[in-house]
Write a protein that binds this ligand. Structure first.
Ligand code: FES
Length: 156
């Protein structure tokens, strides 16, 4: 089966597996994302049709929950804290430096797929602001030079 057809039929299977649940939309989105690492563009219209809701409604649910992605992640994920304590210690400038260094905006992945840049709101490391998280590991007191080092080590 061609990859596109295989994906279509797997998404249809996932929808069928969950559609009898009460409130099936979120379980379906979670299961699709668990399978593909993101929610592929073709999934939303399929989900909308199966649940008898409009595509706009399906899109609205997906964008309400920030955990759902419509794009694949890179091999590494760098999250930069955007919350107050980090903002007060230069996180805004750090974020701009990161975007310039990586050549991507929020949610973007560097060419070649090495690293995805994501915003996050408080990593619980406020005393060591500005803080970032690389692949689940928190790193405090990050400046542009440290960020450059992190990006280089991640292959970006
Ligand atoms: S505000 Fe950034 S870690 Fe808490």
């Amino acid at each position: 089966m061609a990859p596109q057809a295989a994906q279509h039929s797997r998404i249809a299977e996932i929808i069928a597996e969950h559609s009898a649940l009460e409130g099936p939309m979120l379980p379906i989105l979670h299961a699709v994302q668990a399978e593909y690492g993101h929610v592929p563009a073709e999934a939303l219209p399929m989900i909308a049709d199966a649940l008898n809701i409009s595509r706009a409604e399906a899109q609205g649910v997906m964008s309400f929950y920030h955990d759902f992605r419509d794009h694949p992640l890179g091999r590494h994920v760098l999250k930069i804290c955007r919350a107050e304590a980090c903002q007060a210690r230069g996180a805004g400038a750090l974020a701009e430096a990161a975007k310039a260094r990586l050549g991507v905006d929020w949610h973007g992945t560097t060419p070649g797929g090495a690293l995805t840049l994501e915003p996050v709101f408080c990593l619980g490391l406020c005393a060591c602001a500005p803080a970032v998280m690389l692949d689940g590991q928190v790193i405090g007191r990050v400046d542009a030079a440290r960020l450059d080092q992190i990006a280089t080590e991640a292959g970006a």
